[in-house]
Ligand binder design. Sequence first.
Ligand SMILES: Cc1cc2nc3c(=O)[nH]c(=O)nc-3n(C[C@H](O)[C@H](O)[C@H](O)COP(=O)(O)OP(=O)(O)OC[C@H]3O[C@@H](n4cnc5c(N)ncnc54)[C@H](O)[C@@H]3O)c2cc1C
Length: 416
Amino acid sequence: MNTQKLPQVVIVGAGFGGLAAAQKLAKAPVHITLIDRKNYHLFQPLLYQVAIAGLVPSQIAYPVRAIFRHQKNLTFQMGEVTAVDFDSRYIKMNGSVIAYDYLILAVGGRTNFYNNKSVEHNGFQLKDIHSAVATRNHLLGMFEKASREADTAKRRALLTLVIVGGGPTGVETAGALAELIRHVLTKDYPHMDLRDVRVLLLEASDHLMGSYPNDLRQATFDLLSSKNVEILLNAKLTEYDGMRIRLGDGSQIETQTLLWTAGVRAAELADRLGVKQAASGQVLTEETLQLPGHPEVFVIGDAAKPVQGDNQPLPMLATVAQQQAKAAVVNLQRMLKGRKPTVFHYQDPGLLATVGRNAAVARIGGLSFSGFIAWLIWVVLHIFRIIGFRNRLVVMINWAWDYFFYDSQVRLITGE
Ligand SMILES: Cc1cc2nc3c(=O)[nH]c(=O)nc-3n(C[C@H](O)[C@H](O)[C@H](O)COP(=O)(O)OP(=O)(O)OC[C@H]3O[C@@H](n4cnc5c(N)ncnc54)[C@H](O)[C@@H]3O)c2cc1C
């Protein structure tokens, strides 16, 4: 087949949106060029498990080339897309250009520090493998330092671990970290008084889990508190110099560990496109997910903000990116047949977040529930959603081992 004669579809980003779009186009009469700056797809919902030494990176990432080994109409290229010329219809990457007939931008998001440079420079974040491994090394390093620190005040500061952001990522990380300390590190450091350890979760508003209904917010609060996580609501961080946090009310917290999970904004490329953006940098699209003035360009996932009929912004979730990918592909195929694209509607599949062992909160089919059943659903769903049979099996064995033996993945401090 002469792929040059087929319509050329370029997809930028092999995350949740880009992957779903490429897979949905598998049988379409098009040639796809899928581009990502990484050679793997990352399952971000389990990044926090890498940060707390629960999983190793290769268990939540999978090579893009292996995923598309059997898809004949797709070519993968690794590289960073630095610009798009919408009028001439090409993208710039690695010093060369790639022309397109249709373009799907699925470049995702990055951490939003809301211009707080002190946190950006001195805090940790969870966005990619590098940042998760750096967080793990730092957390374990704090315990090593504390184990040889004789001064009580200094030891307590080393063992004060602060997570900022009471959304699902902050809650999941705080719960898992508290359990790592209680079930595993107590065994690794038998001579250290782990009552000195504090896991604090700071949230600027007056409740956790802003996007969840009230009953589940309360359930999350109760479950986390029962796992010894100290929750500070209405706690607005103003500055962090690497040694102490300053809050809006003037109080201070001595700590060398701050993990920021309080915001997401669109990836860097969105800022370089010269198009209209929302406050968090997302590209404003039509209801059909097309770029205004450029119907052959679709923007999906964390990088996009479609104009909604009721103007309610959609959450930055994998499920949104995947549904938008499918809708964009349907519209692209309609255009190939000379038909008009249709409006995207998000079908909310529900909410689900874990708070630790045997504890999760869920809202499915209009019903709220929490505890063991919600946790079981979370475990099964996450194992099912990880890409690659080998990864699923390894994660399942790992979690079963940790569950029955109160253990965790080998707790290595690697790098500097
Ligand atoms: C720690 C964490 C926990 C999360 N937990 C959940 C959860 O429990 N449930 C849930 O539904 N969602 C969760 N999310 C959100 C979810 O991961 C995102 O909504 C989803 O990944 C968005 O998909 P996407 O395709 O838009 O972007 P991504 O999946 O982020 O993919 C974007 C891809 O584009 C690539 N890219 C970016 N810029 C360029 C460029 N210029 N050139 C080439 N490639 C580029 C990136 O390398 C990346 O592979 C979580 C996110 C994080 C960070």
